[in-house]
Design a protein around this ligand. Sequence first.
Ligand code: H2B
Length: 104
Amino acid sequence: MAERDPLTAEEVRTNLERWEGWSGDTSRIGKTYQLDYYTSIKVINEVAEAAQRLQHHPDIDIRWQRLRFSITTYSAGAVVTPLDFTLVAQIERIASAHGAKTAP
Ligand SMILES: C[C@H](O)[C@H](O)[C@H]1CNC2=NC(N)=NC(=O)C2=N1
């Protein structure tokens, strides 16, 4: 299984179960955090560094008290791949280090 090979629906489901608040399907996965704007900017900066290292970049939506990441592998045809979950792990590490909670 190469990092940019499409995951099956079952593989996506199994991977999603490991990460609180992440949801999606074989096309895209995402999570919304409850986090203040200023701290979200710090999180985004660190996630951007991880994205550069991985050469894999999340779509990001930032609002006053919400920060949402949405991920797909465009180069594989906008499907979910193992690389997306590698990025999830990085986002979770950074977000939790800044006290981010799963949005209700
Ligand atoms: C060559 C490689 O596909 C591209 O450089 C990278 C860049 N970052 C990327 N980010 C995301 N989300 N999906 C991609 O397919 C992707 N491709």
